[in-house]
Write a protein that binds this ligand. Structure first.
Ligand code: SF4
Length: 448
């Protein structure tokens, strides 16, 4: 069997953790002499880094694999690999369903990608899905230059929410030693990054498995000392793991974002119990209070699932009323998607799609109403913004984020027509002039 050309096309699905894993794989492949290409036609190796959280994400990958069948027939040297959560979940079954796939690589094995590829010289397929020694693994990542770098600090999850595949696809909670994280962040600052976002499925549980008293608060203190680092963010949190020590630390350290992404999922105790979330509506509200008491203005981002089995109108109204009570600064709303193998798959998926749709639209509308009202109150105020780059929706604007998570855009050119691109990576004051429900628009004081 001849060796594939050393070019790789990689497509990433799903969450930021997958994007971060892709960066590590690209670094490993680059060390092995691979170059990244932007089209399947130019690639000797095609990798899909997959997501299994919703059926929709898996269906997309299956579609891609279907299309590759004919290409592989014409180019038998082409290597095709599946990594990520779908690979971890389906293992050998993926090869049985798609025999033209060469490689199935699990969520703790991707750092060994070059060695796994080498094994293909001697065997037709490689399936590597053991959970491994994540804590001891030191790695580098290939990142596109920019302002923010994503830094995974832990993986896996010790909760077992009944709808979630993560405990199966990412395994038990594992944390990276703080010295290793600090070394990586120092190197990132040397490369020009000024913000890091620490990643974990339940990032506020960071350190528990290390057994030496390390926790997210102590990690934040350690990273906060690094000269040149302007902002530290972290996602995603579980309400049960947010300690007073963590909230006090966030409040005390000026460069730590005053922003918490803490999925509530539902406002109904009955639904929260069925989901296995291990907190009540009252617990969640107490957490919000504790955070606001220490950090007035702290921003909350939440996730909600609508149409979970047995969700009644009353359950749904409880969720809407939780949103009214908290007035979140942002929310992702998802329609329940049954995942085979999860405990919730034993419950009938009994909320009709039309009802799920209507509930989804209602919550999104409510969230937009809350955001629009909150944004209107900011008109005329000055906000410190870390400038991140050109606005996605309008190349003529720059955008940045507040110490919370407000997305604020302002003109890329100043009043004299000079570019402001040199401000990318810097903290500037922006005066808010107007807003939609999604975006705040402002300008620098010099132009006003
Ligand atoms: Fe999944 Fe629950 Fe763990 Fe979040 S906390 S990753 S939803 S099991």
């Amino acid at each position: 069997m001849s060796s594939p050309a050393k070019t790789v096309y990689i497509e990433t699905f799903g969450c930021q953790m997958n994007l971060a894993d892709t960066e590590v794989v690209l670094a490993r492949l680059s060390e092995a002499g691979y170059q990244r290409v932007d089209a399947v036609a130019d690639a000797g190796l095609v990798l899909y880094n997959t997501c299994a959280v919703r059926d929709h994400a898996e269906a997309k990958v299956r579609g891609r694999l279907g299309m590759l069948k004919g290409i592989k027939r014409k180019r038998p040297d082409l290597r095709i690999g599946i990594m990520g959560c779908m690979a971890q979940r389906e293992k050998q079954a993926l090869i049985e369903q798609f025999p033209h796939v060469d490689l199935v690589v699990g969520t703790d094995q991707f750092v060994r990608m070059p060695q796994l590829l080498a094994q293909l010289d001697a065997q037709d397929h490689v399936v590597a899905t053991d959970f491994g020694d994540f804590e001891g693994t030191q790695w580098t990542a290939t990142r596109r230059s920019g302002v923010n770098a994503w830094v995974p600090v832990m993986r896996g999850c010790n909760y077992n929410c009944t709808y979630c595949v993560v405990p199966f696809t990412r395994g038990k909670e594992k944390s990276r030693p703080p010295a290793q994280v600090e070394d990586e962040v120092r190197a990132l600052v040397d490369q020009g990054f000024v913000q890091v976002t620490l990643l974990g499925q339940t990032v506020d549980a960071y350190g528990k498995t290390l057994g030496d008293g390390t926790n997210l608060a102590s990690l934040l203190r350690r990273l906060h000392e690094i000269p040149g680092l302007k902002r530290i963010r972290f996602v995603t949190s579980h309400p049960k793991d947010i300690s007073d020590e963590l909230l006090d630390t966030m409040s005390e350290l000026p460069r730590v974002a005053k922003h918490l992404h803490v999925p509530a999922q539902s406002g109904s105790d009955r639904q929260l119990r069925l989901m296995g979330r291990r907190y009540t509506r009252a617990d969640y509200l107490r957490f919000v209070e504790r955070a606001r008491a220490r950090m007035p203005g702290v921003e909350f981002l939440s996730d909600f699932i609508v149409g979970f089995p047995r969700e009644s109108d009353e359950d749904f109204r409880d969720t809407a009323s939780l949103m009214d009570q908290v007035r979140f600064d942002g929310a992702y709303v998802f329609m329940y998607s049954l995942r085979p193998g999860t405990p919730a798959a034993n419950l009938a998926d009994d909320v009709p799609t039309a009802v799920k749709n209507a509930r989804c639209v209602e919550l999104l509308d409510l969230q937009l109403k809350h955001q629009g009202e909150a944004y209107a109150k900011l008109h005329g105020r000055s906000v410190e913004v870390l400038v991140e780059g050109a606005s996605k929706g309008d190349d003529g604007m720059l955008h940045g984020r507040s110490i919370g998570n407000l997305n604020i855009v302002f003109p890329r050119l100043d009043a004299a027509g000079a570019s402001r691109d040199h401000l990318v990576g810097q903290l500037v004051q922006v005066r808010i002039e107007r807003s939609t429900s999604l975006t705040l628009f402002g300008d620098l004081p010099e132009s006003l």
